[in-house]
Design a binder for this molecule. Sequence first.
Ligand SMILES: Nc1nc2c(ncn2[C@@H]2O[C@H](COP(=O)(O)OP(=O)(O)OP(=O)(O)O)[C@@H](O)[C@H]2O)c(=O)[nH]1
Ligand SMILES: [Mg+2]
Length: 647
Amino acid sequence: MPARSLNLGILAHVDAGKTTLTERLLHLAGVIDAPGSVDAGTTSTDTLTLERRRGITIKAAVVSFPLDGTTVNVLDTPGHPDFIAEVERVLGVLDGAVLVLSAVEGVQPQTRILMRALQRLAVPTLLFLNKIDRIGADVDATLAAVRRRLTPDVLPMGRIAGAGSRAATFTPYRSDDEAFRKRETEALAEHDDALLADYVESGAGSRDRLRSELAAQTRACVLHPAYAGSAATGAGVADLMTGIESLLPTTAPEEDGEPSGRVFKIERGGAGEKIAYVRMFAGSLHARTRLGLPQGRVGKITGLQLFDGGRWVRTDTIGGGQIGRLTGLSQVRVGDGFGESLIEERHFAPPTLEASVDAVRAEQGPALRAALAELSDADPLIAARSDEDGRATVSLYGRVQQEVIAATLAEDYGIDVRFADARVLHVERPRAVGRALERLNTESNPFHATIGLTIAPGAPGSGLTFVTEAPARDMPLYVFKNPTAFSAAIERHVSDTLTAGLFGWRVTDCVVTLTDCGYSVADGPPSRRGPTSTAYDYRQLTPIVLRQALRRAGTVVCEPVLRVMIEIPNEATTAVQRVVTRWGAEVVGQTTGADLSQLEVRLVSTRLHELQLQLPDLTGGEGVLESRFDTFEPVHGRPPVRRGLRR
Ligand SMILES: Nc1nc2c(ncn2[C@@H]2O[C@H](COP(=O)(O)OP(=O)(O)OP(=O)(O)O)[C@@H](O)[C@H]2O)c(=O)[nH]1
Ligand SMILES: [Mg+2]
């Protein structure tokens, strides 16, 4: 009987101690003899040379330990916002999470962004207030900030002694501690009317009832038990482990039904072969299973591995709930889903910058493009592509990611590169509905196929929606196995075409409908109906028809707008407000406290840097800001044309 699983994410702002905590958990569970150190480059999850050199996590990594009959797979994630895409891919495969905070720095910008995403997805989450051994650690202040800025639904699980020294300890509250029992009852009664009624009548609930209710509410994601300690000294980590064991949900292995799962990470093996990390939701996979991936790609599994006792071992099958590694899927891309979980959801903003990449030695241009294509498989959001001059271009979140890509190209591929012309990425949305149709055997159509498409504006944030209206009888089913495969092929050509709209930017938030299709078959000799339609004809014709439809629809170029939260001394509010409104920003919220005010504004992303530069002067160095992507909005004035677009 395979073990139950718990797929546990460790998430936090950069440097809060996720990787160090992961080491502690592995050590405590007996998987490693001594906890490794980030600073010495000896941890189990920061294994890339670059991660070790820089002391930061760049890629999400999985390790595992057994815990009382459950296989706990720990997904250690990067905290730096440039690598948010790594967190994104992991979020959808979690059963539970530990959100780590530094008790010195408190609630940080990324802490809020991550907590919001965890709540949106209803991932049961424990808090761990780390670094209580460091000077300046203040658990009460951090808890107050958590209540104010993250969620009021937290329950501190123990007390700290000696904060700020190596000897700092965490002692869990005992269940016969009356004061704790009262606080626990009150916290639980917030979401449980029966408990509230009993509490009003007869005081705190019984220990057993509270324990099971605490687990239930944690699993329902309405209450967050908060632990504290030090990943450096190990204080509090055993109590966190108890919380993981008793409060988070586990999944029973489930092998029945249609296999469904998601690939959340891709690595390359010694011979350059792809190793796909998959989380199964239902059904099971075996060696030689043929797996249908998005866009009609398929692969045949040649090998499977699972964690057993903290180590990867070969296995014959992986099933629902489990995380495994698959080999043999040469066409797999990160984010691929299969079965029920085909569609990947977006939880964070896409990259908002792009830059050109040139090989320092010009003759390495082709090698550079091949290397970038390989990096794109494991990180599709960098969307490596060539502009019209053949110059390589990538999408980016920021500088650190750019440096990491440069270092990876230099070290793993031997290509030194220069980045140039970093600029803000815009998108285009269709302005109206556009239609186009090319029929077989007409003068304007050199291909042996009929394609009719319409493109219409979709809801903001909806991306591309593809609809097939054309009847199956008009599809060339002697080329494509079935109507679904044909639709998938057309959708792929549509999606490829929409990477550049009328101004060169990606076209998004649109509904594309395949209204007509048709084929011809040879019936000769002599042929009366012309040569047979092939996949080539559809691949060539789709972009032509779609561009024509898009020209008729017209497009609106949109730029990224950020939501910026600015915390400033009260007396600076007017000055800051004056500056941002001059830039056309909209103030969407304002709260005023005893000394500090919070302003929430919507600001075009090109102004963020300026605001960061001016804020210290405007606020006597007291102002802090955090920003996140909000929406794309139409640019004012002349729409910018993307560099490298031949017009
Ligand atoms: N004093 C002290 N230092 C800690 C503690 N936990 C982590 N550190 C240190 O903080 C730094 C960052 O720790 P990491 O474990 O790499 O933090 P992380 O959250 O994994 O960082 P990223 O993955 O880069 O976001 C390292 O220098 C650690 O040694 C702690 O509890 N106390
Ligand atoms: Mg880390």
